[in-house]
Design a protein around this ligand. Sequence first.
Ligand SMILES: Cc1ncc(COP(=O)(O)O)c(C=O)c1O
Length: 405
Amino acid sequence: MCLSALPKKTRESYMAIDIDKIYADTPGKKNVIHFNNAGSSLMPRPVLDAQIAHLKLEANIGGYEAMAHKQDQIKEVYRSIATLIGAHSSEIAIVENATVGWAMGFYAIDFKPGDRILTVEAEYASNYVAYLHMAKEKGVSIEVIPSGEDGNLCIDILENMIDENVKLISATHIPTNSGLVNTVAELGKVARKHDILFLVDACQSIGQMPVNVDEIGCDMLSATSRKYLRGPRGVGFLYVRKSVIEKLHPPIVDLRSAIWEDPGTYTLHPDARRFENWENNYAAILGFGAAVDYALNIGLENIQKRIDQLAINLRSKLKAIDGITTHTISKNQCGIVTFHINGHKASDIVDQLRKKHINTSVSEPRSTLLDANKNKLPDLVRASVHYYNDEEEIEQFINVLRGLI
Ligand SMILES: Cc1ncc(COP(=O)(O)O)c(C=O)c1O
């Protein structure tokens, strides 16, 4: 790569990180152009090594024994996640995925008929169907904080929506499509002012940009390992602020989340372990820890800068092609780029790109139905870039796309 040929900002974003080391650490880069980081990123070598080492240990000495052997490293994973989001390790529950994390927090809230849930237009489908479920079961109402023409949340309207029945403000930080970054810290200010529980789905933002629970002002935050953090599949976490843990009863309890000392009763674990359950994939957890450490070493600000540069480049190149419409609902954008090609089904484009070793994915309207209905969105192609992608890959992608349409 000839750095001097690149624009100044792009050059700076390369220089802030050790790009050669990152390339060398990413075996998958030799095989594919991976623009499906919002789906599941390519794991770097240390993440792979941590998992393989643990699987070997399990095979050699036994699963429970391997866990006991790695107890200290497993504790370190909690510390790493806590460092990543500015929390304490006792506020972290490690679970199977972001959905389980989110649901353990959401369903722990003692909703009553008449309670109100306030959410956002770009809310993720799994979260919204859980609100619908709660509306059916408990008679809560769901209300959507509007976004303006510029795609930004209307905080002044939110202020007027607040009353004593608002039990929860719940928002997706970065939706699965469109590249929008919701200004969740603005929601957090309102939640703090009125002492309302605030739950954030940070599944797409974690690993992509700095995420700090105090700056956001949230009580709970869920995320996954496999997306922008570049960790393994099948593991995620829930953060719960210390001051609210005692008020939340997990929807399921087992011998990890609760202690059974008296035959007639049980005591919930005093920290966020109450949201976990007994059986875990410790190879994945250790890989997750390695992924968090890897991101912390590069620096989340450096990561965000580089992703922004690549996404700006990709969006502008797509916009220059006749027949392609990019779906952008706000100036506040990230590494997720979604677009539609006139006369072509998104799934066909994704299939054809995959045959050419370029990974993208399809974003369906039903994954963010409110936003899709408002903006009349069709199925979209989603190309989500990461710091280990580069301008040459974008150029190749654009050339292949031109050949397909
Ligand atoms: C915004 C958002 N929230 C939650 C999830 C669910 O994450 P997981 O599959 O780890 O449960 C996704 C997955 O794509 C997502 O994009």
